[in-house]
Design a protein around this ligand. Structure first.
Ligand SMILES: *Cc1c(COP(=O)(O)O)cnc(C)c1O
Ligand SMILES: [Zn+2]
Length: 369
C-alpha cells in the first residue's frame, strides 16, 4: 500500500513511521475498496461484514469491540421523513471508533505498542478505549485547561494524559515528538482513519435496502465523516452497486467554520470563538481544500449555523428521544435550515448522522436547562 499527498503528488510506502508529507500536506491511502453486495459476510454483525472494502483484512483484526452496525431509525422532522444513523451508540460513544479500530489494528500489526494521540475529546477517548482493550500503551496530549469531565473516560481506560500549554497546534506538535518511544496516531492525519469511517456509507447503503439516500447531512470539523461517507459511496458507485452519489451537506458552527468559509470563498483568517460544539472546533483542517472539493463534487454544500440554533436543536431532538452531543446537534440545526430554505424536499430521501452521545457532555447540557 502507498500513501499519497494530493498537494504535491508525492507517494510513500505505507508504514508506521510517516504521518504527513514532507511538504506539510496530509496523506491519503492509495486504495480503493471493492465490495459487492454478494461479498458481505452475512453472519458478521459488525462493520467488518464489509471487510472486503477495507485496507485491513478481517483475520488481522485482533482488537475489536464488535463495533459498527449502529441502528438506523426513521423520524418525522418538520414533515420530512428523515433517516437517523445513531453513532452515539458506538463502543466509546462516538463515530470515531470506526476510524480508530482501523488505525489501531493496522499499527499494532506492524508492531507498534505505544500510541500518542492529540485530542481533548472523542478521538482521545476512542484511542484510550481501544488501547485498553489491546493492551497498548496510550499517551493522550490534551490542551491545558481541558475540563475534568471530558478526561474522565480517558482516565478510566487507563490512558496517560499529558497537558500541553499553548495552541491546539502546539498540542499536536508535542504528540508528534515520539516521547517515550510512542508513535503518533493522530486521527486528523492518519491515512487509514477515513477508511474505517467509510463503514458509515456501507451501513447506510445496506440498512436502506441497498440504496443510497439522496442527501446526507453530517457535521464537519476536520472533515473525516464527510470524507468517509464520500469514499464509501464512491467505491459503491465505482463497482456499480449504486447509481449516483448522495449529496453531502456538511454543517459547521459560525464560531469556527473554516471549511464553510473556504467553500463560499470567504477569508479563512478569522478569530475562532469558543463553541458548545467542541467536537468540530477545528481551526485548521488538515485536508481543507480536498474536503471542500469533494463536497462540491457531490453537489452538496457547507452550511454554517449559530450557537443558539445548535442549543435549540439539541433540546428539540431530545424531545424526539435522541440524547445527543451538542456537536451532533449542529447537524440538526443544519438540517432545519436545509428544509426551511427548500434546499432539500420531501420527495428526496435524507439521512443524518448522530456522531456522539449526549452522556459525553452532561455538564454542558445541564447549563442549557
Ligand atoms: C470528532 C467529532 C466530529 C467531527 O469529525 P471531523 O472528522 O473532525 O469532521 C463530530 N462529532 C463528534 C461527536 C466528534 O467527536
Ligand atoms: Zn506533499
Amino acid at each position: 500500500m502507498k500513501y499519497l499527498c494530493k498537494k504535491c503528488g508525492n507517494l510513500y510506502d505505507a508504514n508506521d513511521k510517516i504521518i504527513k508529507c514532507k511538504c506539510g500536506g496530509a496523506l491519503w491511502l492509495d486504495f480503493t475498496g471493492k465490495l459487492k453486495k454478494s461479498d458481505i459476510k452475512q453472519n458478521d454483525f459488525t462493520m467488518w461484514r464489509y471487510a472486503k472494502a477495507y485496507p485491513v483484512k478481517r483475520e488481522n483484526v485482533k482488537i475489536s469491540f464488535g463495533e459498527g452496525l449502529t441502528p438506523l431509525s426513521s423520524i418525522n422532522y418538520k414533515g420530512h421523513k428523515i433517516l437517523v444513523k445513531q453513532d452515539n451508540l458506538m463502543p466509546t460513544g462516538s463515530f470515531k471508533d470506526r476510524g480508530v479500530v482501523m488505525v489501531t489494528n493496522y499499527l499494532n500489526n506492524l508492531g507498534v505498542t505505544k500510541f500518542a494521540e492529540d485530542s481533548s475529546g472523542n478521538g482521545g477517548s476512542s484511542f484510550a478505549g481501544y488501547c485498553a482493550l489491546g493492551g497498548i500503551d496510550c499517551k493522550i496530549f490534551i490542551p491545558a485547561g481541558t475540563s475534568q469531565g471530558k478526561i474522565a473516560q480517558m482516565k478510566v481506560y487507563g490512558a496517560d494524559l499529558i497537558e500541553v500549554e499553548g495552541t491546539r497546534a502546539d498540542v499536536a506538535n508535542e504528540a508528534m515528538k515520539n516521547i517515550g518511544g510512542s508513535v503518533y496516531v493522530g486521527h486528523n492525519w492518519h491515512p487509514l482513519f477515513v477508511h474505517g469511517v467509510k463503514s458509515l456509507a456501507y451501513e447506510l447503503w445496506e440498512q436502506n435496502e441497498f440504496k443510497e439516500p439522496d442527501n446526507i447531512v453530517c457535521v464537519a470539523g476536520n472533515g473525516s465523516i464527510v470524507t468517509g461517507i464520500y469514499i464509501g459511496f464512491k467505491e459503491l458507485l465505482n463497482i456499480g452497486e449504486i447509481d449516483k452519489m448522495p449529496k453531502i451537506y456538511a454543517i459547521q458552527t459560525d464560531n469556527c467554520n473554516t471549511l464553510y468559509r473556504e467553500f463560499v470563498g470567504d477569508t479563512i483568517n478569522f478569530k475562532p470563538l469558543p463553541t458548545i460544539a467542541e467536537g468540530i472546533s477545528i481551526y485548521r483542517p488538515t485536508k481543507l481544500k480536498e474536503v471542500v472539493d469533494l463536497v462540491r463534487e457531490t453537489n452538496g454544500k457547507f452550511i454554517s449555523v449559530t450557537e443558539d440554533e445548535i442549543k435549540n436543536e439539541l433540546l428539540k431532538v431530545g424531545k424526539k428521544g435522541f440524547y445527543i452531543e451538542p456537536t451532533s446537534a449542529t447537524g440538526f440545526a443544519g438540517l432545519s435550515k436545509l428544509i426551511n430554505d427548500n434546499v432539500i424536499n420531501k420527495k428526496e430521501q435524507t439521512a443524518i448522522i448522530i456522531s456522539g452521545n449526549g452522556l459525553k457532555a452532561t455538564d454542558k447540557i445541564l447549563n442549557l436547562l
